[in-house]
Design a protein around this ligand. Structure first.
Ligand SMILES: *Cc1c(COP(=O)(O)O)cnc(C)c1O
Length: 367
């Protein structure tokens, strides 16, 4: 069986013993030298002034909204095809998601749909760089800036994605990251961060991650909690960060082989193989998804759907007011992810290609 992702293969080249021993020797486990070191190194990598380490990526989104003062009664524009993470954060602060459709090629937030949504005066925008593909940030910022609306980037799938040298997380007022083990920069457990060029926003997130304290036991900000990155995870991330570009290149090389092999098939493929796509997930689209998925599983090729249900149709909404966004609906019906991760062997890539070609050679209908 070829897994969709393998932590053991992805982590095979790293020595974690040295950084972990360093933390054990120091016996300082929360908010110490390693976190500080990682924050500096990751801010520098992203080309921003500030980084605040957090417990996970979901907290990063929520604390970013809180730092902006988003509250009950506000609406926040976001996409509905990205796994509900932005919706969780928006609901957590008591605000309401305003769902915007995505671009049919990149499946990221459509600037034209956003321009349309501005009539409903959202207080903020969350853009998800889905599957590792940077959204069209220049056009999105043009729309948002014209209305004075701050943009938060959800970079949980796009660590290191670049356009003209500018890195994911450095366009918006804040960039939110997850270091969950499967992410492009993955820890050995949970982790997250907010990056920003705005000292005041970064300081607010820094306070919110520790109960809203301005100093020990002095609670000055509402909405605080415990959301700290721990020293062990930070030490591990510091070992992996210098290899991030190399790991992204490996993912992109696999995606490139897939795109070449599948170019004649009746499917939709990732739109870009450039620096603006770090291949967090390799997602194809086919109307025969159910049969295709069963065929792949039978052939021993791991696969999954990211994501099957548009946020506005999640059962928790009780069938949300019949909202339909055509591109989002189509993506949720047809998307399917194939194995694509650093450490995946060339023979495994061959096997995946053979299985995909085998399915379509057997007369699948067209897209
Ligand atoms: C993984 C992910 C998150 C959430 O990160 P956690 O660390 O699991 O909380 C948020 N947004 C996107 C797009 C993700 O892929």
């Amino acid at each position: 069986m070829i897994p969709l992702f393998s932590s053991s293969l992805a982590n095979a080249g790293f020595d974690f013993t040295t950084p972990i021993s360093r933390v054990l020797d120091r016996s300082w486990f929360v908010l110490g030298e390693e976190v500080k070191g990682f924050e500096n190194e990751f801010a520098q990598y992203c080309g921003v002034d500030h980084c605040v380490g957090l417990a996970n990526g979901s907290d990063a989104l929520e604390l970013a909204l809180r730092a902006l003062g988003i509250k009950a009664g506000d609406t926040v524009a976001t996409v509905a095809n990205a796994g509900f993470y932005s919706s969780f954060a928006i609901h957590a602060v008591g605000a309401t998601p305003l769902y915007v459709d995505v671009d049919p090629q990149t499946l990221t937030l459509s600037p034209a749909s956003l321009a349309h949504a501005m009539a409903q005066t959202p207080s903020a925008v969350i853009v998800t760089h889905l599957y590792g593909q940077l959204a069209d940030m220049d056009s999105i910022l043009e729309v948002a800036n014209a209305h004075g609306v701050p943009v938060i980037e959800d970079c949980a799938q796009s660590h290191g994605a670049r356009r003209q040298g500018k890195v994911a997380g450095s366009w918006g007022v804040m960039g939110c990251f997850s270091f969950y083990p499967t992410k492009n920069l993955g820890a050995l457990g949970d982790g997250g961060a907010v990056v920003s060029n705005d000292a005041q926003l970064a300081e607010r997130v820094r306070q919110l991650r520790q109960y809203g304290w301005s100093k020990k036991y002095h609670v000055t900000l509402q909405g605080g909690r415990n959301s700290r990155l721990d020293e062990l995870q930070a030490a591990v991330l510091r070992i992996k960060l210098p290899q991030l570009d190399h790991c992204n290149a490996q993912r992109r090389a696999i995606a490139t082989r897939y795109n070449q092999a599948f170019s004649g098939l009746p499917v939709k493929l990732p739109a870009s193989l450039g620096d603006d796509y770090v291949a967090h997930l390799y997602v194809m689209r086919t109307i025969d998804r159910k049969e295709f998925s069963a065929y792949l599983s039978e052939a021993g090729v791991g696969n999954d759907v990211h994501y099957p249900v548009p946020d506005y149709q999640q059962p928790v909404y009780n069938g949300n007011a019949g909202l339909h966004l055509p591109v989002t609906d189509e993506a949720c019906r047809t998307a399917i992810s194939l194995p694509c991760f650093p450490g995946m062997t060339s023979a495994q890539v061959d096997e995946v290609i053979a299985a995909v070609q085998g399915f379509f050679a057997n007369g699948a209908s067209s897209c």
